[in-house]
Ligand binder design. Sequence first.
Ligand SMILES: *Cc1c(COP(=O)(O)O)cnc(C)c1O
Length: 813
Amino acid sequence: MNIDTNAFCTFLEAEVLGENAQDNLTITNISVDSRSLLNDEHTLFFALQGKNHNGHIYINELITKGVKYFVVSEDNLPKETSGVVYFKVKNTLAAFQKAANFHRSHFNLPVIGITGSKGKTVVKEWLNFLLNEEFSVIKSPKSYNSQTGVPLSVFGIEEKHNLGIFEVGISTIGEMERLEPIVKPTIGVFTAITEEHSEGFESVEQKIQEKIKLFTNVDKIVCEDDIRITSFLSKDKLYSWSFENREAQVFASLQNDTLIITPNAKPSFEVILPFSDNASVRNILTCITTMLLLNYSTEIIKHRIELLYPVELRLQLKDGLNNCTLIDDAYNADYQSLVIALDFLEKHKINKSKTVILSDVFRSGFEEAELYGLVRSLLLNNNITRLIGIGNHITEYLYGIPNTYLFKTTEEFLQKMSVEDFSEETILIKGARAYRFDKIVTALETKTHETVLEVNLNAIRHNLNFYRSKLESKTKIMVMVKAFGYGNGSFEIAKLLAHENVDYLGVAFADEGIDLRKAGVNTKIIVMNPEISAFSAMIAYDLEPEVYSVRELNAFLKVARERNCYQYPIHIKLDTGMHRHGFLTNELQELVELLKTTNVVEVKSIFSHLSSSDMPEYRDFTLDQINMFTKNADYLMSSLDIQPIRHILNTSGVYNFSAYQMEMVRVGIGLYGVGNDEEEMKQLHNVSTLKTRIMQIKEIEDLESVGYGRRFRAVGKTKIATVPIGYADGVHRSWGNGVGYVLINGQQAPIVGSICMDMLMVDVTAIDCVEEDEVIIFGQDLPVTLIANRIKTIPYEILTSVAQRVKRIFYEE
Ligand SMILES: *Cc1c(COP(=O)(O)O)cnc(C)c1O
């Protein structure tokens, strides 16, 4: 896009710094992410500031990459050499949103604005599918619906588009007012309202009232005829559907897998449903109602609805054969989502080489030659090591790039290349559904059984931000990734945390730290239980030891001297009542004397650990621990004349004693979604889900028994499902024998008889299910806290017990 500098500055109320501003700027890329490989000389970079990040600190680095245009709010900027121009504003996020608004104001196209607490992304993707034959659609990529995601989506509008479909989410009051003018919808769509994500609102009513501010300037609003929503909307704008109210614009009834639709004053017609679960049916009705509003014929509606497909928004990280890592994105290949997937590849790559397996790409409104020109430069800018293109169009346009292999079909690729052609690389597998790239994923992934632990990376990020919100912005944060990231997997989580700029990672043993370094994690790492035999390796890998005794310190000094260390970072652990390890008060003098005489090591931090920060009944004890800690730390600091970082709070410490955050805190369990009371749990998102599938279902007769020791006896005819997970996978044996249950199709199935090593049996007499149905062992609706309470252990033990043989799958939405 071309920007008139003067008009832009007036709109943004920006002051131009630097002699280099021309009257007209050619901007092809709007960026808020300093790490994006697309930042170049035609990028306008907004230096956003949040509680935990500040875009200004990357400006220098971006200038060396060729970026010239920056929207900033701070002083003390790098000099405006080599054509650099700053647009100085008061608040960069507000300016970012205003700039999107400015961009939007140049286009006069109909826009569908979607909000609601559930189903926004599905409805958006489906509407795109249903309407894009008649329209040149610009839509939000993936679920870009936030304060920054919405503007980024809107910047994509171009002359050639004649319909926008954007989703908008808010987390608290006052946000929608800022997003409405950016989207400026002409048609509003309200999906469903639920109690989820209500933390930022006083009530559901308030949440609805805030969300419908998106509809301030629309002509019509599509929604369910739900009194909670419609009571706030003006009658003449309403275009609603209902299962009950015949007065609604669209009346619907459901007969098995068929919807009978009766539009107001028009004949009924039938639509065969591709999915019959409740949420999908409602989303489909929202889509049908929108199509009716747009005057689509019943023929087209019937035909296209039948073709709807499940929307998969997750990008999944999986282990591949030959030490590869796979990013499974085998469900769509529109251009915008390719941009996101390539970004994800760069951030999560565990191997040095980046391979992309890509099908034909789609982008509404673009001629093929132009589109593939963009794809070509996108791939080149992303420094792809190897490209494998599959499809008729991609083979036509993407020849000539080094290390490119082109195939007409997925079958041809599978015949000509095999697992042996891939090793030690991170492979993005991205293709439209029709290309069946799931077959490629199956061919390249490590084979394991049906049981998986799914880890939601967005949830970890959310939880990290929750604890950060409890802290002053200058307080550092250390995240404990010991015990394989509390059972969840260490590299992927450590990578994510490194990108989120946490200050330190904590591991238990040196080996864990070495593995992280080998996977390319550069964040500072403290080893909490350093073993003397590992000191040499620790120094080689830049791992910093916890020092808990004079004996250990002497041993470390010996190795560090041999390796000519100077001021090697160490962390002093004080014992303030936990009585696990650390220096007691009467040992401090000896420590001081030893440290005074050496500059081989440097005390980077002093810390201690609370034994009962989660227990209100021991509040006084905790305060005594903190008190003793500050006294002893003061003593060390004054005797040694040093100013190290001090830290004592763990997760529940942050929650209950945030006044004592000092210079750093150490969070563990909370990040993985476990808080110590209901209030805290409500604000965290579930991170891990342990799931498998039913192997076999059988019916047994009255009084027959199940399992070892015949500990279960049937009462009447009973339907038993066998599930391939046992105590060797980490399901506690005490959770069996009628104590615990699993979830099948949302219902509780009691575990009957003893849990075996690799299997367990459940009673599914009352549950509608078949073999291969999914079985949830723990997750959102069956939290580890509940299991831990019932079997008298703690959530930490449940999480860390999940066996290594259970495959981990990481995903981001
Ligand atoms: C494990 C650990 C933590 C984190 O504790 P959580 O309760 O999981 O937050 C903090 N500090 C030390 C020393 C630890 O060993």
